[in-house]
Design a protein around this ligand. Structure first.
Ligand SMILES: Cc1cc2nc3c(=O)[nH]c(=O)nc-3n(C[C@H](O)[C@H](O)[C@H](O)COP(=O)(O)OP(=O)(O)OC[C@H]3O[C@@H](n4cnc5c(N)ncnc54)[C@H](O)[C@@H]3O)c2cc1C
Length: 503
C-alpha cells in the first residue's frame, strides 16, 4: 500500500458553513488551505434558515451580504413562540433584520468565494486519524489504496456535532439532550401562510414553517405526547396533525420530498484548542435550533479564528494571539447555549411557574422595553463583545459599527477598486487587514502597510474626532486612545501586528 503525502499550511475538516468561511478567509490571506469533506457531493440538506445581523456584517466584510440578501426575505421581527417576538428593526446596523434563506444559499456563496480565492476542497475524503507534534499536524484519510496522509502546520475541526477531530483529540463534549422526537419534512402547501416564518406553540407541542423560496417549505413539528427514537418512521399525517394544533391550520401540507426525526442536544467542548488543532462551529458547541443561532455562531467562530491563524502562518502573530480564540469564543458559545436553552425550555414549558414566566416575558417583550432590546442585540449577535484589559479604552473589544470613512490607504482590494475616496469600514475590511481610523498620524502605520489599511473618519468633527481606533480584521476594536502620541500608537501597532516587515 502506498500512502499519498499531501501538504498545506492549514487543513480544515468539514465543508459546512464554518469550514467554508474559514477556508475563504485563509486562502484570501495567501495561506495554502485544504478542506477535507467526507460527503461526495454538496449537501442538499438545509438546516438553518436564519442569518442574523452580525453574521450579515461579517459577510459584508467579505463582499457577500448583498448577494445573500438577494436570495431570501428580510424580517424585522422574529417570532419565537406565542406572542413573543424579538424586534430587530431598531438595531444599530446596516442590517436591522434577520434574513430568512436556506443554509444551502449561504454555503454556496461561501464555497464559491473559497474556491475563487484558491482553497482546495477535497470531497469524498473522510478523516480517520490525527497526530500532532511541536511543528505540524498529520491527518489520515480513507482506507486501503485510498489512504492518504495530509500534513499542515495547523488544523481546524469544523466537522459538526459528531466531530471526529474532537474525538481524536480526546476533547469531551459534555451536555444533555434538550428536545427529542422533533419531526422535520420538506413539503408543498396548498395555502400560502401570511407570514414568512410561521411559528406556534401550545402546551402540547410546537410547529414552525419556513420557505425555501421555490415553493417548498420546511416544517418542524413536535408533539409532547408522542416521543419516539430518531429511527422511527415519520408520517406526514402526524406532522399535519401537530401543525394544525399548534398553528391553527396545516396549510394543506402534502408531497413530502424528505422527512426525518431528530433530537437536539446542548453541549460545549471545554477546550476549543489542543496544540495546533482548533475546533469551530457545531464541533465546538451545539444547542437546539430555538433562536436560530447555530450556524451564525459557527460563522463567527470562523471569522474570529481565520485572521489569527493567517497571522500565525505568516509568522507575525503576537505571542498568545491564537489563545485568544478560546478566551473570546468559548464565553460566546456558553451564552448562546444559555439563551437558546432558555428559549426552548420556555417554549416547551408545561409547569405553572415556567408558563407564568413565559406570559410575563411575552407582555414585557411586547412593550419593547430594555430587556427586549437586549434580547435583540443578543440573538442578532450585535451585542457580542470580547474581553479587553482593565485599563483600556471603553471601545476595546467591542464590535465596531459600519463607520463612514475617507482616504483609504492602501486602496487596493477595497470595494470597487476605490482609490482613497469615501467608503465604509466593512468595505475596508474586505482587504482582510486591520483598519486604522484616525484624523492624523496615519503614516505611523506605514511600516505595517501589508497588515493594516488606514483611513480617516468621513466626519472629522464626529465622535472619533480625537480618537484613534485600530479595528481588527473581524470588525472588533483592538485598541483605541484619545490623542495618543506617535510612540503610543506605534507601540499599539507593534502589540497587535507584530514586528514591522522591514525589521
Ligand atoms: C433542524 C435544524 C434547524 C436549524 N436552524 C438553524 C437556524 O435557523 N439558524 C442557525 O444559525 N442554525 C440553525 N441550525 C444549526 C446549523 O444548521 C448548524 O449550526 C450548522 O450547520 C453548523 O455548521 P458547521 O459548519 O459547524 O457544521 P456542519 O454543517 O455540520 O458541517 C460539518 C461537515 O463536516 C463533515 N464531516 C463530518 N465528519 C467528517 C470527517 N470525519 N471527515 C471529513 N468530513 C467530515 C460533514 O459531512 C459536514 O459537511 C439548525 C439545525 C437544525 C438541526
Amino acid at each position: 500500500m502506498t500512502e499519498k503525502q499531501l501538504s498545506s499550511d492549514v487543513l480544515i475538516v468539514g465543508a459546512g458553513p464554518t469550514g467554508l468561511l474559514l477556508a475563504g478567509d485563509l486562502a484570501n490571506a495567501g495561506v495554502r488551505v485544504t478542506v477535507l469533506e467526507k460527503r461526495g457531493s454538496e449537501s442538499n440538506l438545509t438546516r438553518a434558515f436564519t442569518v442574523h445581523a452580525r453574521t450579515l456584517e461579517q459577510l459584508d466584510a467579505r463582499g457577500l451580504a448583498d448577494d445573500l440578501i438577494a436570495t431570501g426575505a428580510p424580517l424585522s421581527s422574529l417570532r419565537l413562540f406565542g406572542r413573543l417576538r424579538i424586534e430587530l428593526g431598531a438595531l444599530p446596523t446596516r442590517f436591522p433584520f434577520v434574513l430568512i434563506t436556506p443554509q444551502s444559499n449561504t454555503e454556496r456563496l461561501l464555497q464559491e468565494r473559497a474556491l475563487k480565492a484558491g482553497a482546495t476542497i477535497l470531497r469524498g475524503v473522510e478523516v480517520t486519524g490525527l497526530r500532532q507534534d511541536a511543528e505540524s499536524v498529520r491527518i489520515e484519510t480513507g482506507e486501503g489504496d485510498a489512504k492518504a496522509v495530509h500534513r499542515a502546520r495547523y488544523a481546524v475541526g469544523t466537522d459538526g456535532v459528531h466531530s471526529t477531530v474532537r474525538d481524536l483529540l480526546g476533547i469531551p463534549f459534555p451536555g444533555e439532550s434538550v428536545v427529542d422526537s422533533v419531526l422535520l419534512a420538506d413539503v408543498r402547501l396548498e395555502r400560502t401562510p401570511e407570514d414568512v416564518l410561521t411559528v406556534g406553540a401550545n402546551e402540547n407541542g410546537f410547529a414552525f414553517l419556513a420557505p425555501f423560496g421555490d415553493g417548498w417549505y420546511r416544517v418542524i413539528a413536535w408533539d409532547r405526547a408522542r416521543r419516539l427514537p430518531d429511527s422511527a418512521p415519520v408520517n406526514l399525517s402526524e406532522i399535519a396533525d401537530i401543525t394544525r394544533r399548534a398553528l391553527g391550520e396545516d396549510y394543506g401540507l402534502h408531497d413530502a420530498r424528505w422527512s426525518s426525526r431528530f433530537h437536539s442536544d446542548e453541549r460545549q467542548a471545554p477546550n476549543y484548542r489542543s496544540g495546533r488543532v482548533f475546533l469551530a462551529g457545531d464541533a465546538a458547541h451545539c444547542h437546539s435550533p430555538a433562536g436560530g443561532q447555530g450556524m451564525n455562531t459557527g460563522l463567527q467562530d470562523a471569522a474570529n479564528l481565520s485572521w489569527k491563524l493567517a497571522a500565525a502562518v505568516q509568522g507575525w502573530a503576537p505571542d498568545a494571539l491564537l489563545d485568544t480564540y478560546q478566551t473570546e469564543r468559548h464565553p460566546v458559545g456558553r451564552t448562546v447555549l444559555r439563551t437558546s436553552g432558555a428559549l426552548v425550555r420556555l417554549a416547551l414549558a408545561r409547569s405553572g411557574p415556567t408558563r407564568a414566566l413565559r406570559s410575563a416575558l411575552t407582555s414585557f417583550a411586547d412593550g419593547l422595553g430594555p430587556v427586549a432590546a437586549k434580547g435583540a442585540r443578543s440573538v442578532s449577535g450585535i451585542g457580542i463583545k470580547y474581553p479587553a484589559p482593565k485599563d483600556s479604552h471603553p471601545l476595546a473589544g467591542r464590535r465596531v459599527p459600519d463607520l463612514r470613512l475617507t482616504g483609504l490607504y492602501p486602496a487596493e482590494g477595497t470595494a470597487d477598486g476605490r482609490t482613497g475616496g469615501p467608503g465604509r469600514l466593512y468595505e475596508a475590511l474586505r482587504t482582510g487587514r486591520f483598519v486604522l481610523v484616525s484624523n492624523d498620524e496615519l503614516s505611523a502605520a506605514d511600516p505595517w502597510a501589508d497588515r493594516v489599511v488606514t483611513a480617516a473618519p468621513a466626519d472629522p468633527h464626529g465622535k472619533l474626532r480625537d480618537t484613534v481606533l485600530l479595528v481588527r480584521p473581524d470588525g472588533y476594536a483592538a485598541w483605541a486612545a484619545v490623542d495618543p502620541s506617535r510612540g503610543e500608537l506605534r507601540a499599539a501597532l507593534a502589540h497587535w501586528l507584530g514586528a514591522p516587515s522591514d525589521d
